[in-house]
Ligand binder design. Structure first.
Ligand code: SLL
Length: 265
């Protein structure tokens, strides 16, 4: 995905809004990539504040997969994470900070769905965006085998769209989803002050990401596997699938016509 916006086009759109900040910019749609996810590690050294039944230390985050990272999320005012009611308070708010990710840390024993609300900077006149993240703690699950009536250990498998990473010793899991926030005909003010000030530049490929990791500019939690290359591969996979489906359809159409022919004879 490119973020090359035609400057003349933007200038024309802004002008057409009569330079009025309260006008939506016609025919402009802008996408902002985000990554929503969590990591979890087993608790080995427990401090006195951690309840005994808590088995995992986990975090939940909304981060930017772009080269400039957190700064590219400046159009977000705050993010709220609604946890399971067993956590008090169950709603946690993180305001935008250029130096810190939208992330909270907790300990616990169980998995549950976290409801995340993303609020945009003042002037956007956009409603908050709500997304859900299924918190993942385990790399293995115990599943009852109905026949033998015994529990079997099954390795976690990724859900649709999920990028699941399990460390070699199974002590750490990371579950991430790539997503895009789409602003359709944004308000001029919000567009100029926030959306244009953040770039959408993704890493080109995995080599580029690992280079950044080596020189320390990408921190552990920001090791995401999303790059232009991954997106292009995904696109190719979808195009191939589409082609296959079209071929099947073509065949079916011919068969149908042949049968129709037989009927009329
Ligand atoms: C369920 N999935 O549907 C479970 C809920 C709740 C997890 C899991 C912390 C508890 C605490 C915690 O791990 N909650 O601190 O009391 O029933």
């Amino acid at each position: 995905m490119t973020n090359i916006l035609d400057e003349d086009y933007i200038a024309t759109a802004i002008q057409a809004s009569g330079n009025n900040n309260n006008k939506r910019l016609k025919n402009i749609t802008i996408k902002k990539p985000i990554v929503v996810g969590n990591t979890a590690t087993k608790i080995v050294e427990r401090d006195s504040n951690t309840p005994l039944e808590h088995t995992h230390l986990w975090n939940i985050f909304v981060i930017s997969p772009t080269v400039d990272g957190q700064k590219d999320l400046c159009f977000i005012k705050k993010v709220t994470f609604k946890l399971h009611d067993s956590y008090q308070p169950s709603v946690r708010t993180v305001e935008y900070d250029a130096e810190k990710p939208f992330m909270i840390e907790e300990t616990g024993w169980g998995e549950f769905e976290i409801s995340i609300k993303i609020y945009f900077q003042d002037g956007s006149q956009e409603k908050f965006l709500q997304i859900y993240h299924p918190l993942r703690l385990h790399s293995f699950y115990l599943i009852l085998n109905e026949k033998s009536e015994e529990y079997e250990q099954k390795k976690a498998v990724s859900k649709e769209g999920e990028n699941l990473f399990i460390s070699a010793d199974s002590s750490m899991v990371k579950s991430q989803y790539y997503d895009e926030i789409v602003f359709h005909e944004p308000y001029a003010d919000f567009f100029v002050n926030w959306l244009l000030k953040s770039s959408n530049l993704l890493y080109k490929n995995e080599n580029e990401i690992s280079k950044q990791q080596k020189n320390g500019s990408v921190k552990e939690v920001f090791e995401y596997p999303f790059s232009e290359e991954v997106e292009l591969n995904e696109l190719e996979r979808l195009e191939n699938a589409l082609m296959k489906t079209e071929n099947i359809l073509k065949k079916l159409r011919i068969e149908y016509m042949e049968k129709q022919q037989l009927l009329t004879e």
